[in-house]
Design a protein around this ligand. Structure first.
Ligand SMILES: [Zn+2]
Length: 116
């Protein structure tokens, strides 16, 4: 068989793509790569900005990163105010580090200095 794209004759591995073209393996892989790149580019156009992890916490970060960051600040302020208002007694809720030790320090500070 002959690859319909590159014209290489006598190819042993010929696959039909979804349009019925008979392609050699390298041409099929190349075609799939082109489709993946076009798909990613079209998603980026829909989304407006590429979601590049390397750009997180920079001026080029994806808008969703900044929305998550701002929401994290809002939630953290709520958690701190709950402690300062005496509504958090140090049990239950999120107990992972670094929050757990920070929470305990704030509770100790509140109870020592009667903040709020
Ligand atoms: Zn080919």
């Amino acid at each position: 068989m002959t690859c319909e794209k590159c014209g290489q004759p006598d190819v042993t591995t010929v696959q039909k793509d979804k349009f019925g073209q008979e392609l050699c393996y390298p041409c099929l892989v190349g075609l799939l790569e082109e489709r993946i790149v076009r798909h990613v580019e079209s998603l980026a156009k829909i989304d407006g900005v590429l979601n590049d992890v390397e750009a997180d916490n920079t001026d080029f970060a994806h808008p969703a990163w900044w929305r998550g960051y701002e929401q994290g600040v809002v939630v953290l302020c709520q958690m701190i105010n709950k402690i300062l208002d005496g509504r958090d007694i140090g049990r239950g809720g999120m107990a992972r580090e670094p929050w757990h030790s920070t929470r305990q320090r704030l509770i100790q500070l509140r109870d020592t200095h009667r903040v709020g």
